[in-house]
Design a protein around this ligand. Sequence first.
Ligand SMILES: *Cc1c(COP(=O)(O)O)cnc(C)c1O
Length: 382
Amino acid sequence: MNNPPPTVGRPTWLEIDPQGVVANYRLAKQRVGASVAVYPVVKADGYGLGALPLSQALVKAGAKGLCVGLVEEGAQLRQGGISVPLVLFAGLTPGVERLIIDLDLTPFLYDLQTAHSLSREAVACKRQVPCYVKVNTGMGRIGFPPEQLATLLPTLQALPGLQLLGIVSHLACSDEGEEGRVTSTQIRQFNQALTLLKGENSRKYHHSLANSGGTLYHPDSHFDWVRPGIMLYGASPAFPHRNDQEEGLVSVVRWLSRVIQIRSFPAGTPLGYGHTFTTQKKSLIAQIPVGYGDGYARRLGNLAHVLIAGREAPVVGRVCMDLISVDVTDIPTVEVGSLVTLLGEDGTKRITIEDMARWLETIPYEVICALGKRVPRYHSRS
Ligand SMILES: *Cc1c(COP(=O)(O)O)cnc(C)c1O
């Protein structure tokens, strides 16, 4: 990483590598082949890693469109100068129609009333709003019921001001690997939905079903464009069955800090809130300025470890809001100012997003989305 670490304030920061995200985007492109477009998903601030700088890198690398979750996220990218199509997943809620038009977003339609109000607004603004029709093929979330499509599609196509680009749906179980039976059923359902559009019009529609799991494991789900998210950020969608390295994904984030104090305690000393840890022998305990106020989850206390000088240092006692204590008794070179790796690699050791997900009994998605907003993010330049 070429960026200098922070020079003001406490030494805790995230180093994010946009070129790693680009490498993972290229892997997705390679998996789907030249005839399928890849629209990276940068919702939730790029899964917590910084939507704007990552979008800039992805567009520079050739991405012809991006996907966001909310209108606000689209606004942030437009304000940052991103001009490629921005697909809006679940953000078409009553009241945002005009904003969608002004920001030139491409919403998923999943509700007839809102489609009508978007159409009215588009006519009032004399605009054609590009949009996709979202159908439920098994996720059971916001898509239109497939049995309504036959009557619904002509209605939506007739709405003035709306330009239907294609049909989209979302996979519920793509993480289960190659032989997923739910996914095959969804693909079949999706193909059925597409027949309702065929023959209507010679215009080429642009359909999409696949997330990262579909992109990596289900070639039949690729259709015209895919929407990978988590894989771009270096984590396998098939956690816990597979890991990032098996997929050939590049890790893109390191969470770093520095030791701010080291104290020696005799054997038998209880430490921290609730005295949940007691030294078994004379111990060197280092303080690291990070805590649950930064998204370093409280339950990592007495469970996780960090890396210092290429060695593992266990987190002892409870995680505080601003501090954690780690046992550095076995790390002879540790000193105040030593680099601490909370996530990422240090020498031959590595704490992956998957490791963190295992500790927290969650999935990689939540690990990176939960990285605290208080922690400054530094994006390296290529
Ligand atoms: C979040 C999301 C994706 C990306 O999913 P990943 O599993 O992160 O690849 C794709 N499509 C929709 C509709 C989503 O909400």
